[in-house]
Write a protein that binds this ligand. Sequence first.
Ligand SMILES: [Mg+2]
Ligand SMILES: [Zn+2]
Length: 178
Amino acid sequence: MKLVILDRDGVINHDSPSFVKNPAEWVALPGSLEAIARLSQAGWRVVIASNQSGLARGLFNMETLNAIHAKMRTELAQLGGHVDSIFICPHGPDDNCQCRKPKPGMYLDIARRYDVSLKNVPAVGDSLRDLQAAAEAGCTPWLVLTGNGLKTRDSGELPPGTQVADDLARIVDRWLEA
Ligand SMILES: [Mg+2]
Ligand SMILES: [Zn+2]
């Protein structure tokens, strides 16, 4: 099984310092949904792992988050793409959970759910904590330069073996031609 783990904000959709709080604020990045559709059609399983501390902060509730994801899935389906499952951390920075990235908990849950080793599973993110969680879980970290990506690249703290590409579309180009 070809599995890929994606961060959401800054990878699939525009991120916002004031959080993506409702479906109207969820806006796909250019080419990202098309890229996921190409993966789906090539037989990849696409899974999202996303910190959503806006839940803990009371900025939106689970019903609204489900509506945001329904919008994403609808737009994706129109392009022939599919997200297999969405793992979220609903906690805040001070909750000390095991799922909020940079902790690897969501990735380990994904490995258990799909009964796979994460070795050689690519995990795409735009923030350092995505890459750190990915590396800690044993995935191959991929950095996109959308969202926080430029800042992350320039931090100089990328985990060893991190691959870098302009955006999700460029990454998928590389995977599908490999
Ligand atoms: Mg992000
Ligand atoms: Zn959590």
